[in-house]
Design a protein around this ligand. Structure first.
Ligand code: PLP
Length: 394
């Protein structure tokens, strides 16, 4: 049986129409399939490969760590150098109130940990989340997800979770002394890259401080230079109480983290002890890979090119069928009149060797979130292919 048939038979499917590219190699911002076809990767594994696929420093760090040890013990018991070094490096680039890092397996687990932390620290249960937000697919994270179509089949979910629209003042009024946390993406990803208004997000920060609700920023997609700043919250000059990281955090290996101050994090060690347990969270190979990726991102100064590359794309992505482009750094939603139009363009450029995608809550928007090190010539070619597809299929 061919690999394709075995994939459909034995590998669990999450949608009726997977991309189904038989990938055999990935380097920088290019994927290669079994037929020898090349694809420009315009989505970077959905904001994972910020420093590209298989960066040599990441590959070398993985090799060195596999020579030393793999998993040795559940999280938090042993002093594992990759965890210590990576947590220290992250802390060096974070504000004073975000100095204690809990490494997890995934973004969803980071969300779960943060929700538990908020309950434990405040003794409250009410949580405020946002429509069209995504924080993961586990039951707690799903309770926060802002779309009834995706939530409904899995009810009952967590009680006392309230959803508001992004940038809506009604959310402000809802934050009170019963609120454990407000959880939001610093830039809303799956609604098609929507940024908060500066005054609104500042007012959310203020209301959280006044009421004692924890402000949790999910930067699982927005972090690691995607918006041109290391962390997207730097763009708004406010600081969250808890930060969620994932995706690019692991440099291509599975890793998430929730980060807060030491005093609050220590509450997970007490009443009950072992307030959050993970076997593989902070896996030494993933932390070694993530640290190498983080250092490469900073040393090689990829963030400094983000704005120029953003402008290059914005200037090239002009066509009567493109309704608008919302962008936050090297991260864009290209809006079409309908989901059908968007899909036609995605399918057409895929044939030509350009990998894009749509957004979970905005299927009429084409996703752009390439490796930050993508070559400008690749970006020009990608934009030209999108414009050409608009001419051809719309
Ligand atoms: N938060 C955001 C903003 C995400 O985009 C995702 C994943 O797409 C998650 C959380 C969940 O991360 P994971 O898929 O690693 O569980």
């Amino acid at each position: 049986m061919h690999q394709r048939e075995l994939f459909f038979k034995h590998v669990a499917q999450t949608s009726p129409a997977p991309l189904g590219i038989e990938v055999v190699r990935a380097d920088c911002a290019t994927l290669y399939d079994a037929q020898g076809k090349e694809y420009i990767d315009l989505i970077g594994g959905i904001s994972v490969a910020n420093i590209g696929h298989r960066h040599p420093r990441v590959v070398e760090a993985i090799r060195q760590q596999t020579d030393a040890y793999l998993h040795v013990m559940v999280y938090g018991e042993m002093i594992e150098s990759p965890q210590v070094r990576y947590a220290t490096a992250l802390a060096k680039h974070l504000p004073d109130n975000l100095q204690s890092v809990y490494f997890t397996n995934s973004g969803a687990e980071a969300t779960e940990g943060a929700m538990k932390l908020a309950k434990r620290v405040t003794g409250r249960t009410k949580m405020i989340a946002f429509n069209k937000s995504y924080h993961g697919s586990t039951q707690g994270a799903l309770s926060l997800l802002g779309d009834e179509y995706y939530r409904n089949a899995f009810r009952p979910l967590l009680p006392d979770v309230w959803h508001y629209n992004f940038n809506d003042d009604a959310a402000l009024a809802a934050i009170d002394t019963n609120t454990a946390c407000v959880i939001m993406e610093t830039v809303q990803a799956e609604s098609g890259v929507i940024q908060p208004d500066r005054s609104w997000i500042a007012a959310i920060r203020k209301k959280c401080s006044e009421t004692g609700a924890l402000l949790i920023f999910d930067e699982i997609q927005a972090g690691f230079g995607r918006t041109g700043s290391l962390w997207a919250f730097l763009n708004y000059e406010i600081v969250p109480d808890v930060l969620l990281l994932g995706k690019a955090l692991g440099g291509g290996m599975p890793l998430g983290a929730f980060i807060t101050n030491k005093k609050w994090m220590d509450q997970l060690t007490d009443r009950p002890v072992l307030g959050h347990i993970t076997t593989f969270g902070g896996h030494p190979v993933c932390c070694a890979a993530g640290l190498a990726a983080f250092e490469a991102l900073l040393d090689e100064k990829w963030m400094e090119q983000v704005q120029e590359k953003e402008q290059l794309l914005l200037q090239a992505l002009v066509h009567p069928k493109i309704v608008s482009v919302s962008s936050a750094g090297l991260w864009m939603g290209v809006t079409f009149a309908s989901a059908q139009d968007c899909k036609k363009v995605i399918d057409s450029v895929l044939e030509k060797g350009l990998l894009t995608d749509w957004f979970l809550f905005a299927p009429h928007c084409l996703r752009i979130s390439p490796p930050l090190l993508i070559h400008p010539e690749q970006l020009k070619k990608a934009a030209a292919l999108i414009v050409e597809a608009c001419n051809k299929v719309l």
